[in-house]
Design a protein around this ligand. Sequence first.
Ligand code: PLP
Length: 343
Amino acid sequence: MFNLEKIVRINILNLKPYATARDEFKGNDGIFFDANENPFGVLNRYPDPGQKALKKKLSEQRNVDSENIFIGNGSDEAIDLAYRIFCEPGYDKALTFSPTYGMYDMAACINNIELMKVPFNHMFQINRENLEKHINDPRLKLIFICSPNNPSGNVINDADIEFILRNFKGLVFIDEAYIEFSDSPSWLGKISLFANLLVSQTFSKAYGLASARIGVAYSSPEIISLFNKVKPPYNVSLLNQEAALDALSNTLVFEANKKTILREKKKLRASLKKINMIKKIYPSDSNFLLVETTDANKTYDELVKRKIITRNRHMCVENCIRITVGTPEENRKLIAEFKKLAG
Ligand SMILES: *Cc1c(COP(=O)(O)O)cnc(C)c1O
C-alpha cells in the first residue's frame, strides 16, 4: 500500500528543518534582538513563518487541523514543492491529463522531471485505459488532477479520481482552484481517508486575492510537514496573510460576489449562444467559459482590437477561447463587441 517514505526523495527525507529566530523563541512578549531586523518601521519584523493565525481560521472554517494545512506563495508554490519533494530530477516522472493548467508542465521542466500527459476524452474526462498503462510505473511519483479543470471548466468524475487514489502508490495532487464555483464537494473531506491525497486551493479566484499570492494545500500531517520543511521560511508576507484572514472574515462579501459571478455566467452563456460565430460553449463548474468559435485566432485578434481581452486556447483546444466571467458591466461590453463582430 501507500508508503510515504518510499516516494519521498532521500535528501528531503533526511533534511533538518531550518530553525528561524521565531522558531527558537516563540513568544510575543519581550524586546527582540534576535533576527537582525530594523527596530524602526511598520513592516520591519519578519512575518510568522508558520502562518498560525491564518491556519487557525482556515481550520475552523474547513473543519481540519492546522497540521493538515500548508500555506504557499500561491498554489504555484505547492505545485513546485510537490516536484521537489517527491521527484528525483532526471529520473522520476509525473503525470497529468491534457489539456490542463500549464504550470504543471512549467514546474516539471524547471525541476527536470518528465511530465506525461494523458489526453482527456472528448468530454474532458479521464480515459482509464490510457492511464492504466502508466499507473504502476515505479518512477511515477506524482499525478496532477485539475478539478474543475482549466481550460475546459468541468469537474472530473469522482469515480475516476477514487480509482486513482486507490490504485496509485504516489501522491495524488488535486488542484481545486475553482472549487468554490462548483456544486460538487471538495475532496478536502477525504484527506483522512486517503493517505496519498493532497488537495490544493487558492485565494486567487473565488476569494478575489490573486495579487496577494496565497495558495493552500491540505493533506496528512506527514505530507504537510514535508512541504513546511522545504518551503522558504518566510514564503508568505504579513500583508498577504492579513489579506487572506480578512477575506475569510468577510463571508457576506465572498458569498455575494460568488453569487453575482455565477448569475453572470448563466447570462453570459445565454447571450453567447445567440452569436452565430460561436459553435459551442462547454459546460462549466468554474468562473469561466470555454467557447468554440469558427476561427479562434481571428476572433481573439478582433476582440483585442476592440479592447476585449480573452484567452486564446486554440493551441490546446481547437478554435477555442476562454472567457472569464466579469462584472455585469464588463460582460455587457463583451457581448456588445461580440455582436458587432458577428455583424
Ligand atoms: C488560477 C489557477 C491556480 C491559481 O494559482 P495561484 O498560484 O494560487 O494564483 C491554480 N491552479 C489552476 C488550475 C488555476 O487555473
